[in-house]
Design a binder for this molecule. Structure first.
Ligand code: SAM
Length: 296
C-alpha cells in the first residue's frame, strides 16, 4: 500500500518538537534529515520562487509517513495546535511501499563504525570477513548505524564492554545496540520499544545474527535491572523516562543516553544527576552522547 510522505523544514532545535508532535498525531514514522549531510535525499524547495529561505530553516527536514488515506492537512493543523507552533510550508508526496524499500536499501551500504565493527545490510556481503559483522535489516524500525546518535552508542559499547555485563537497550528500534552488545562480549542483552513493529524487526535481526535476546514492547516489559542501560531516544522521552531507566540500572551500573541535541544536554544532565554521576561523553554532528555511573 502506498504511503503519504510529508516533508517540513525545521531548525535543529525545532526538529525534535515537530517530530514528537507528528508522532503524537499518528505519523507511522518520523525521521529528521540533516539538510547539510549531502546524502542522496533530495530536499524539496520551500518558499515562494525567488524568495530567499531563512538559512536557519534549512538545517533539517522532518519527514513523516502517514497512511495513504489520512487527511494530512487536517492532521498537521492538529499537530501545530497541540504542540503550539506555526506550521511551516510543507511538501506532500506519495511513496509506494516498493519504492520506499528500494530507496532505503539504496541508501544503506555497509558502514564501518570502528576498527572492528561493521554494520552489514542483509542484502550485502561483508567487506571484511574477519571484522565483527552485524547483519542488519532495518525493516520499518530506526537503527541502521548511519545516524550519529546510533554511531555514538555503538562506539561507547565498543570501548566500554569488558565482557559478562548485562545490557538493557531501551528504545531498541532495529535492535542494533542490543545485538552489538552481545557481539562485544556482554553476557546478556534485552531490548524494549514502544513500537511493536520495532520489536518484530529486532527479533528477526537477532535471529539473523545468531544471538539470543529478549525484546519486549513497553506494554509487556519484563526487563530486569542491568549493568548497562543504553537509550537512544529523543530528549523529551528521555526526560520522562528518567525514573524508569534509573530503576532499571543496577547499583553502580552505567547509563548511556543518546539522541540529545547539544543545546539540550544540560537539561538532561540535570534530571539524571539525581541518580547518576553523568556527563557528556562525545559529540557527533551536534548530537550529544551522555554517559554516567549510578551513584546509589
Ligand atoms: C532513535 S530510535 C533508536 C533505535 C536504536 N536503538 C538505535 O540506536 O539506532 C528510538 C527508538 O525509541 C523508541 N521509543 C520512542 N519513545 C519510546 C518510549 N517512550 N519508550 C520506549 N521506546 C521508545 C522508538 O520507537 C524508536 O524505535
Amino acid at each position: 500500500m502506498p504511503w503519504q510522505s510529508v516533508t517540513l523544514p525545521a531548525t535543529a532545535d525545532e526538529a525534535e518538537r515537530l517530530s514528537d508532535a507528528l508522532m503524537d498525531v499518528g505519523a507511522l514514522s518520523v525521521s529528521i534529515e540533516d539538510a547539510a549531510a549531502g546524502t542522496d535525499y533530495e530536499a524539496p524547495i520551500f518558499g515562494e520562487p525567488g524568495m530567499p529561505v531563512d538559512a536557519l530553516w534549512r538545517d533539517n527536514f522532518v519527514v513523516a509517513l502517514f497512511e495513504q488515506n489520512a487527511d494530512v492537512h487536517h492532521i498537521l493543523s492538529l499537530a501545530a495546535e497541540h504542540a503550539v507552533f506555526n506550521l511551516p510550508s510543507y511538501v506532500i508526496g506519495l511513496v509506494a511501499e516498493q519504492d520506499w524499500v528500494r530507496l532505503t536499501q539504496s541508501e544503506f551500504d555497509p558502514i564501518q563504525i570502528s576498527t572492528r565493527l561493521w554494520i552489514i545490510p542483509s542484502w550485502h556481503d561483508a567487506p571484511d570477513s574477519k571484522a565483527i559483522n552485524l547483519k542488519l535489516d532495518p525493516g520499518l524500525a530506526f537503527g541502521t548505524g548511519s545516524h550519529p546518535t546510533t554511531r555514538l552508542c555503538l562506539q561507547w559499547l565498543d570501548q566500554n564492554i569488558q565482557g559478562h555485563e548485562s545490557v538493557l537497550d531501551y528504545g531498541c528500534g532495529s535492535g542494533i545496540l542490543a545485538i552489538a552488545s552481545i557481539k562485544f562480549g556482554a553476557s546478556s542483552a534485552t531490548g524494549v520499544d514502544i513500537d511493536p513493529q520495532a520489536v518484530i524487526t529486532a527479533l528477526d535481526n537477532a535471529t539473523n545474527n545468531d544471538v539470543t535476546i529478549a525484546f519486549y514492547t513497553t506494554e509487556n516489559d519484563h526487563s530486569s535491572p542491568a549493568d548497562i542501560v543504553i537509550a537512544n531516544i529523543l530528549t523529551n522521552p528521555l526526560l520522562a523516562l528518567a525514573p524508569l531507566l534509573a530503576e532499571r540500572c543496577k547499583s553502580h551500573g552505567r547509563i548511556v543516553l543518546s539522541g540529545i541535541l547539544a543545546s539540550q544536554a544540560d537539561k538532561v544532565i540535570a534530571v539524571y544527576s539525581s541518580w547518576f554521576d553523568i556527563a557528556v561523553w562525545q559529540i557527533d554532528e551536534g548530537w550529544v552522547c551522555l554517559a554516567g555511573e549510578k551513584i546509589l
